[in-house]
Design a protein around this ligand. Structure first.
Ligand code: SME
Length: 163
């Protein structure tokens, strides 16, 4: 079993640095995408305060994003490319940092409690899209550029683990 120590006393930058090391240790030695995605979601859920959902949407051959391993309430199953925050991150291949979901045209409310979110596109080395990593919070403006940098660093650890 992997022991997880509490990090919520740390300043944000230190929290993400520690979390990157924890993710590297947790995912080391396994390359299966679903297994590593499941443990990655559980780790972030455990360690990052004030979330109400975190998880993966994976790009399927039909071109839709399909919900993957996650933590939180049951979520929307299928999202078309270009739709909502997740579909926008996938279509543009740019991280979406949304301070208030009510200001994001087309935001998909899987849980009415969600008020802010970050969605990071997951690109393989050959530049093809695996899917997106989505983190939601009930707190408006919960995430800033430090959270974005931290989540992007964590996603690099995840993508390197499934190579
Ligand atoms: N809010 C997302 C949908 C996914 S859920 O929040 C889990 C969006 O607009 O893409």
């Amino acid at each position: 079993m992997h022991a997880i120590s509490s990090l919520d006393h740390l300043p944000k930058r230190d929290l993400y640095a520690a979390l990157v090391r924890e993710a590297e240790a947790l995912l080391a030695g396994e390359h299966d995408p679903i297994a590593n995605a499941a443990n990655f979601a559980a780790l972030v859920w455990q360690q990052v305060p004030t979330l109400n959902w975190c998880g993966f949407y994976l790009l399927k051959p039909d071109g839709d994003l399909l919900v993957g391993p996650f933590q939180g309430r049951p979520a929307c199953v299928r999202i078309a490319l270009g739709r909502g925050v997740c579909g926008t991150a996938a279509a543009t291949r740019q991280t979406q940092l949304v301070k208030d979901v009510n200001d994001f045209p087309g935001h998909i409310a899987c849980d009415a409690a969600s008020r802010s979110e970050i969605v990071v596109p997951l690109l393989r080395d050959d530049d093809t899209l695996l899917g997106v990593w989505d983190v939601d919070s009930p707190t408006p403006a919960r995430f800033d550029v430090e959270d974005q940098a931290g989540m992007e660093a964590l996603c690099r650890v995840f993508m390197a683990s499934i190579d």
